[in-house]
Each structure stands twice: as structure tokens, then as C-alpha cells.
Design a protein. Structure first.
Lengths: 233, 233
DNA sequence: ACAAAAGTGTTGTCTGTACACCCATGC
DNA sequence: GCATGGGTGTACAGACAACACTTTTGT
């Protein structure tokens, strides 16, 4: 340790994760009933602490992995929340991350073990500390991101239909879209491959399944695109 | 202190600031020659540490104030840099902020006292640690932000001309713009008030000065706008 | 009178938006 | 055969992009 550094304070550094999922109709966030004080039994985001020997991003991945058993998940740093009084238990600075997972990938037994629940983002109960603020900021960030990157697909199963994809965008942006304009725009990006197979689970006629073209997907993910039409952003 | 928290590690939490300025032609960043080890005498962003009793945003404001004497500055959190090996002196997690100031507001004596220099963002020398990465990320964020918010004005003097404003956008986006389309677009936002006075410093004919209409400016700052035409984003 | 930068308009093209009907199928 | 959701095309309007000449004035 260099001399210059010794005089400074050391702080607890926490991670909080906003985990989004999509159930086919609604955008959901994963919340837990907090298992310890302060605020025991209140609704909370999942979280943990950053250890001395791990990087912050690394800690975030670990926290997500511990709770969901999932790795290689889309996850991005959101913001640092560092007000002195945000956690009444102690001075804790928290780095918030948001992640996108496929609901069906998340094993039921882990959910039960952690007392975790998927909650509609439009019907979120009161949360501890500043977690509600984190969630709202994450929603806003998700909107921003999805407007320029083909990110929404992280939330859908491998195969999905255009109506499903449209419902996802409608859930993210809390709006309604014209299906003709939607399909025109999305298909024009050239990142979807149509399959011969149809999904008959929600209509008699059935809707064609699509998968994405991972190559073009990656290109677009880097370069970004415009979904003004869809997102209104 | 709550029991549950005691077992966790405590870390040094630093602040680093990317401070942008505009000299009329080029976008610049404020850099200092580091006054202490490690990496003494190397180029660095300005920074400091977060104290036990201050919020993180508060610490960032303090650091900026100490260096520049300026308060009430546009400043936003950028990102947390938390790799374990980013600072060889010790484990330090750093929260980066970017700020926009008017170069002429920054008192010369403070610059000298802190060994600070304005450096063209296109000609940045090697920087300590991961500071270069911070700077690049800040530039990218500035581009994003300026595409949707009337933020560029934070960098200009009270009165400015359209050609000056255009140069600023050209510097931020490292591109060239058509002045006819530029003035059309900017004036259509309705946030500029034309003065009778002209600036003759760069041409015989002289260019009209403008100031912004603070009321509309604030509305747009909240709602956001689109400068696709200009920014290419 | 000329050099140097400021100011100003038009047109074609493209993109977005609004809108309505037929299709396929299970019951 | 009918009810349900899926799929497709067109026309109008507004925004963007490309482009060149005139104005002002200090020297």
C-alpha cells in the first residue's frame, strides 16, 4: 500500500442487480424478500458485496450466478448510488447492474430457495432503500438501449414469433404498435430468419417462428441502429 | 453498524473527473501532471477520494470545486471502474464523472497551481491507469448526451455565434456539417434568441451573436430532442 | 475591388405513419 | 361456417440531404 492512500477512508461497496424477464406479455423484474436486517422481509433487489480481491464487474457476475445459476448473461453497469443515508444500517455505496434473462432459463428451485419472485414492472411493491429508484433508472436504460441495439432478444426464447417480439417492445415502451409498421421495420434490419415452423399456442392460424441471424445480430449490436419508429426515442 | 455488514471488506473509493472545455475550435480535456506516487509526473485526470461522511456525487462536486473553484457545473456520473489491478498502488475502485465547463471561467492561477492543462481530445498523451479508457468513454457519452439534450451550450460563452456553435458540434462528433442544414435545424428548436450585436473577431462581415432562451432550453433539456441530422446517432 | 466568412432556399428522396382487408385454421 | 389472431400493401406527409449564390465589410 502506497503511503498516499493510507489516510483515506474505506467503504463498504455493494452490488445490486435489476434482473428483467419477459413472460410473453409483461416485462417483469426479479425481486426477493430480504432475509436479514435491516428491512428484513421487505421487498428488495438481489445484491451482495464486493470483495477485496474481486473486480466490481466480477462481483456483479458472481452475485447473479449465485442467485440464478446463470452465467454469460447480458449485464451492464447502471449507476452508482452513494448517498450517505441510503442504507440506514451502515454507510454502503452500491453499484447497480441490470441484466436480461429468459424467464424459462431460471430454475424454479433456485427461485424458491431464494424467495425470489417475478413482479410486473408496472405493479412493483414498495422496495427497501433506494431500490425503486434503481429499478426505474434501469427501465429507462433498457429503453435507451433497446432503441439502438438488438437487445430485446436476450429476453425471448430461442424461437419466437413476430407478435411475441412486438409484445416485448410494447411492454418495454409501454405503448401500442401497429403490427404492419412493426414487422416492416424489424424485418428490414435483416437480423431475423424465418422458420417453416409455426407457433399455434395463441391462434388457430399460427404465427411463424423466427430465430435471429447471429452474425448480423452481432454486427448490429456493435454498430447500433435506429428504432425511432418503434421506440419513439 | 448492523451485524450482517461487519464481515464484508471495505475498499478505497476514488473519484476521477473528465472535464471538457471548448476553445472555439477544438474540444479539450483538462489533465494534470500527477503530483504523487504511484505514477508521479505522469498525465492523469483529476481525482480524489470519497470520504466516509460524504455522498459520492457530493465528493465529485467537491473534487471539481477544489480543482477549478467552480460550482454549479454540469456534471454527470459516467461509470465505475473497479478492476482489481487498475491502480497498482492499491485496490482502488473509482467512480468517473464527466463535467462541462467554459474554459474562460477557469481561473488561470488555479490551473498553474494544480499543474493543469487543456489538451485537445484528439491529441491526448498516455495517461495513468485506465484514465484513457475513462476519457474515451466520456467522449462517447458526451456524444450521446449532446444528441438528445441541449448540453453543448454548457461549453460555450454566454453569447455565441452560429458558426461557433457549429464548430462545437463538429468537434464533438469529429465530422463536418453543412452550415445551411445546421442553422435550419438548430434554429428550428426555438431555443436561440438572436441579438443585434455581431462578432467581428473572425470575419469582416461579422456573425450575429445568439443567447439561449433559458425557458425553452430547460423544457428541451427535460424532454430531450433529436439531432439526428447533426449527430448521425 | 477583392478576399473571406456569413447568410439564406429549393428540390428530390427517403422514411415514417396511418390505415383495411384477406388468410389460415381449429372448433 | 365462423371466430380468432396472423399476415400483408399503399398513399400521403414530413424530414433529411445535397447543393450555390449573394451579402457584408475591412483592407
Amino acid at each position: 500500500m502506497i503511503e498516499e492512500y493510507k489516510q483515506h477512508d474505506r467503504l463498504l461497496l455493494a452490488i445490486d442487480c435489476i434482473i428483467f424477464g419477459f413472460d410473453g406479455t409483461r416485462l417483469k423484474a426479479l425481486l426477493v424478500k430480504r432475509g436479514f436486517d435491516p428491512e428484513k422481509n421487505k421487498w428488495s433487489l438481489i445484491g451482495g458485496f464486493v470483495g477485496k480481491k474481486e473486480g466490481v464487474d466480477e462481483a456483479a457476475r458472481r452475485v447473479l450466478l449465485e442467485l440464478t445459476g446463470l452465467d454469460n448473461i447480458f449485464m451492464e453497469q447502471l449507476h452508482v448510488f452513494g448517498d450517505t443515508n441510503r442504507d440506514p444500517g451502515s454507510r454502503v455505496v452500491s453499484v447497480a447492474y441490470y441484466a436480461l434473462i429468459r424467464i424459462e432459463d431460471y430454475a424454479e428451485e433456485l427461485m424458491i430457495a431464494h424467495n425470489a419472485h417475478w413482479v410486473d414492472v408496472k405493479r412493483v411493491p414498495p422496495l427497501v432503500f433506494d431500490h425503486k429508484k434503481m429499478l426505474r433508472m434501469a427501465q429507462e436504460r433498457l429503453r435507451q438501449k433497446a432503441a439502438n441495439h438488438p437487445i430485446g432478444f436476450e429476453l425471448l426464447p430461442e424461437k419466437f414469433t413476430l407478435p411475441q417480439l412486438q409484445l416485448l417492445y410494447e411492454a418495454i415502451y409501454e405503448t401500442e404498435l401497429d403490427k404492419r409498421n412493426f414487422s416492416k421495420k424489424i424485418l428490414s434490419l435483416g437480423i431475423l430468419n424465418k422458420l417453416d415452423e409455426k407457433d399455434h399456442s395463441s391462434s388457430r392460424k399460427g404465427a411463424y417462428f423466427y430465430v435471429f441471424n447471429r452474425k448480423k445480430y452481432r454486427e448490429l449490436d456493435k454498430q447500433g441502429f435506429k428504432l425511432n419508429t418503434i421506440t419513439g426515442l
